[in-house]
Write a protein that binds this ligand. Structure first.
Ligand code: GUN
Length: 288
């Protein structure tokens, strides 16, 4: 292995510590306790794990955490009523509705109902549009985490060739906008792109966010490139257990890349840390 491993655990812990310091300061100087409300609909086991981790880390940073668990068959009107209540609650500065939602709920309607000033997921069209227009916005947490990890390797991304593989609203699209804001030259690739290996070959920065286990191979990577793996895939093992793997074939790509994030212990760690950053930002902006 030649690549440096980018330690998301350490970088996320440093970020959480900085947030906790800042939370202590706004509490002391402005009597403001930032509050995050997380809404979980149904009992998807992976979502439950994420929501628990958000709750624990929010409290550990000194913020107020409000958890709302609703049954999978909740009426859309009841979910909208809860969001309206959270929009009007002065103790709540950030609202996150855990995705995916059950099929009976229209996700876009729910996201549109969140007050954009409290949209710490950065998914509301106001925030997505502001980000695309190059204006200040609450931006999605995972792409923010990707940028912070990249900047732990490169102080400036200006003029670098980046490729983002994946075009989801939660990761690929906003990541492209954040990279543009950093003055990188960005290629957007996706499931219909042709000749991905060739597209990757000139990239200094590779972001894999497709949800396909170990899809990105060593032969695709320019020697010395920085590789950020957003994938979290559960691979079944012969003994019935599962192993977490990313979208990048870590072992072989690490032989070629200059720096690489592991899975687990890379991007995943950053998402909740950036959620805390967004909640603090929202609280400060709302409270003036
Ligand atoms: N499900 C998986 N990741 C996320 C995320 O970043 N935000 C929300 N709301 N749901 C998710």
């Amino acid at each position: 292995m030649t690549a440096r491993t980018i330690d998301g655990k350490v970088i996320a812990a440093e970020l959480r510590a900085r947030v906790a310091e800042e939370v202590a300061r706004v509490k002391r100087e402005h009597q403001l306790t930032p509050g995050l409300a997380v809404v979980l609909v149904g009992n998807d086991p992976a979502s439950e794990v994420y929501v628990r981790s958000k709750h624990t880390q929010t409290q550990a940073a000194g913020m107020a955490s409000f958890e709302h668990k609703l049954p999978a068959d909740v009426a859309q009107a009841d979910l909208l009523a809860l969001i309206a209540k959270l929009n009007g609650d002065p103790a709540v500065h950030g609202i996150l509705v855990q995705l995916p939602l059950p099929k009976s709920i229209h996700t876009e309607t729910i996201i549109n109902a969140i007050d954009p000033a409290k949209d710490v997921d950065g998914l509301h069209p106001n925030n997505a549009g502001r980000l695309a227009g190059g204006f200040a916005a609450l931006s999605p947490c995972t792409p923010l985490g990707c940028i912070i990890l990249t900047k732990s390797v490169h102080a400036s991304l200006e003029g670098m060739n980046a490729i983002v593989i994946g075009r989801s609203n939660l990761v690929g699209r906003p990541l492209v906008q954040l990279l543009l804001n950093e003055n990188a030259t960005v290629t957007i690739a996706h499931s219909r792109s042709k000749d991905l290996p060739q597209l990757c070959a000139r990239a200094d920065l590779v972001y894999a966010a497709v949800g396909k286990p170990e899809m990105v191979r060593a032969g695709w990577i320019k020697p010395g490139a920085t590789v950020i793996d957003v994938g979290i895939n559960r691979m079944p093992l012969p003994d019935g257990k599962t192993r977490l793997v990313g979208d990048v074939a870590f072992k072989e790509v690490a032989e070629v890349a200059g720096a690489i994030t592991p899975v687990p212990g890379g991007v995943g760690q950053m998402t909740v840390a950036c959620l805390l950053v967004n909640t603090l930002r929202a609280a400060c902006a709302i409270s003036g």
